[in-house]
Design a protein around this ligand. Structure first.
Ligand code: U2P
Length: 283
């Protein structure tokens, strides 16, 4: 091999090593920032987090309405809805996209009316999925989290049924009411009172995620036998909730007006009118 070829080969080698190191560093940083267990075998999860979202905090950001968005219902959602059932690790990271099993709506057809009601997407855009590209919110949750839920939930039907069963068995709205937290728009509640109300009824510590002082998510955690257990505190968890999404000492659980009025933009009204009632104008 001539000197030039040797030098070129050495440069290529250095470049390859640099790329590997950079990819490794980036992977580790990504894992720390996003909590995803990357770059190693995804072992069996340690516990489940049932993540519930508070539409009153999320829905006012809706700019365009569409049929799949739960925020766009004429009756505003005044309860926690399901975000997902997440298999998690005790170190604050979680496995994701574990088995190449595409979401198939047909497998959960009997659950569809209940999912529509209690597990709606709160956005219009379709969600990115691990295996099928893009799809409904349920496809995202199944492919990202459901495929990692074995051996507790081994298939799609079991995954969604388990999540719904837990949601109905542990009714957070009832827990809050029984603990004296009666939800009223604009009212401030001590974070400790909300946590205590849930802890007292559920028997374990929830995790609460906020957005600008309003509850965005409330998570209940379960051992693999589906018995309640403490969630990690937001500071324990690797998740970057600590700063931006941590809750202040006093928090709100806002309600929202029907979106067409709440955003009071002609754009939304016109869009909804033309999408939903378009036929009236063409008759
Ligand atoms: O918190 C931001 C996003 O990170 C994902 N997440 C968070 C905590 C956890 O235990 N597991 C987990 O997956 C969620 O991503 P999503 O399911 O929405 O894609 C959460 O929204």
């Amino acid at each position: 091999m001539g000197t030039t070829t040797k030098a070129a080969a050495a440069a290529r080698c250095l470049l390859a090593i640099w790329a590997l190191v950079a990819a490794d560093l980036w992977g580790a940083a990504f894992a720390r920032a996003h909590g995803v267990a990357v770059g190693r075998e995804q072992r069996e999860f340690d516990y489940f987090a049932l993540s519930l979202q508070w539409p009153g905090t999320i829905c006012p950001s809706t700019r365009h309405c569409c049929a799949v968005n739960g925020c766009c219902r004429s009756e505003p959602l005044q309860t926690f809805t399901i975000h997902g059932l997440w298999p998690d690790y005790d170190d604050g990271t979680w496995p994701s996209c574990c088995r190449h099993t595409n979401f198939e709506m047909d497998k959960i057809l009997p659950l569809k009316p209940t999912l529509d009601k209690y597990w709606p997407s709160l956005y219009c855009s379709s969600s990115s999925t691990c295996f099928s590209g893009k799809g409904p919110f349920w496809a995202h949750e199944w492919e990202k989290h459901g495929t990692c839920s074995s051996p507790v939930a081994k298939d799609e039907l079991e995954y969604f049924s388990t999540a719904l069963d837990l949601y109905f068995k542990y009714n957070v709205m009832e827990m809050l009411a029984n603990g004296g937290i009666h939800i009223s728009n604009g009212k401030k509640y001590a974070l400790t009172d909300v946590i205590d109300a849930v802890k007292c009824a559920f028997g374990a510590l929830p995790q609460i995620v906020c957005k600008k002082g309003s509850v965005q998510e409330l998570r209940l955690c379960f051992n693999k036998d589906l018995k309640p257990r403490d969630c990690l505190t937001t500071t324990d968890s690797n998740e970057n909730v600590s700063k931006k999404n941590s809750c202040p000492r006093y928090i709100t659980l806002p309600t929202y007006d029907p979106l067409v009025l709440a955003n009071s933009t002609r754009e939304i009204i016109t869009q909804v009118e033309s999408e939903v009632y378009g036929y009236l104008y063409t008759a």
